[in-house]
Design a protein around this ligand. Structure first.
Ligand SMILES: C[S@@+](CC[C@H](N)C(=O)[O-])C[C@H]1O[C@@H](n2cnc3c(N)ncnc32)[C@H](O)[C@@H]1O
Length: 276
């Protein structure tokens, strides 16, 4: 049962709301920065359409579930949470009343969207494979951004980042859309309205090569501006797909004890516990 509103309100000091970037407060391997999102229009030229593309309100139920998972995962329950690949901040919108959130993303345009939605959160521009903030958190949270890791090396690198930022006894939570065993091809549609912008899209999930570690999502996106003008954009996302045994192995390799949790959408969530 969900605790009454306000029961889990955070008591720990919040990080200062600010935005830092590469070279200011963080260490980023420059050769890697940027490669993970190159070519994805949704996080770059279309970023300001994100709130219409993906309604922040749609994240409320999932965030309530994930809050329960996180609060059960450590003792005492986590207070400070680092989100890696926080995008437009839709998850953070609902998590920030329970946790002091620090948000990291590589896309300046997605960070701008998130800062507007979550002005009280700390925002940091960095590559989640290489960022080192020099401090630890009670929990590290990696939502769908983990799907952008398409090689074992990149997936392991994000797990290593999570380990480095997890306090002893803390936990890292990873939420891939699929593991190899649960993958299904298919189509879906979505979209919505935000002030001055309307978006409708079709997404087509398919795997052109079941023997490799990637699958594709092709988006056909229809954008209508405040003057009623419409245009269509195609955006392809190449995403990572790994067997659950690989997930467990990599978590163990970076020093996290793996635990698999299944949610009610048949996704497999990976908790990585850092020893005390
Ligand atoms: C689907 S969006 C995340 C949306 C987010 N769950 C929300 O609540 O709005 C994926 C994000 O991952 C980010 N991303 C992908 N690769 C990254 C990397 N190597 N380092 C940092 N961010 C990355 C993208 O910039 C994008 O904002």
């Amino acid at each position: 049962m969900m605790p009454p509103a306000g029961a889990g309100t955070i008591r720990c000091p919040r990080p200062r709301a600010r935005e830092t970037g590469e070279g200011i407060a963080i260490v980023v391997a420059r050769s890697a920065a940027g490669q993970a999102i190159s070519g994805m229009k949704l996080y770059d030229e279309l970023a300001e359409w994100w709130p219409a593309f993906s309604d922040p309100e749609d994240y409320r139920r999932e965030a309530a579930y994930l809050t329960r998972v996180l609060r059960k995962a450590t003792s005492p329950p986590p207070c400070t949470v680092l989100e890696l690949g926080s995008g437009g901040g839709n998850s953070a919108l609902h998590l920030k009343s329970r946790f002091a959130m620090t948000l990291v993303d590589i896309s300046p345009r997605m960070l701008k969207v998130s800062r507007k939605l979550n002005p009280e959160c700390e925002h940091i521009r960095a590559d989640i494979r290489t960022v080192r903030l020099g401090r630890t958190f009670d929990a590290v949270y990696v939502h769908d951004a983990i799907c952008h890791m398409t090689t074992v090396a990149d997936l392991r690198a994000v797990m290593q980042t999570a380990y480095e930022h997890c306090r002893p006894g803390g936990v890292a939570l990873f939420i891939p859309d699929f593991v190899r065993e649960t993958f299904v091809e298919g189509t879906d549609q979505g979209g919505g309205d935000s002030p001055g912008r309307k978006v409708r899209f079709l997404q087509w999930v398919f795997d052109p090569d079941p023997t490799d570690t990637t699958y594709h999502v092709d988006f056909a996106i229809l954008l209508r501006d405040r003057n009623g003008n419409a245009r269509v954009v195609h955006d392809r996302h190449v995403l990572g797909l790994f067997p659950r045994a690989q997930w467990r192995k990599l978590l163990r390799e970076v020093g996290l004890r793996p635990e698999v949790v299944r949610d009610d959408e048949v996704r497999e969530l990976f908790l990585g516990h850092r020893r005390q």
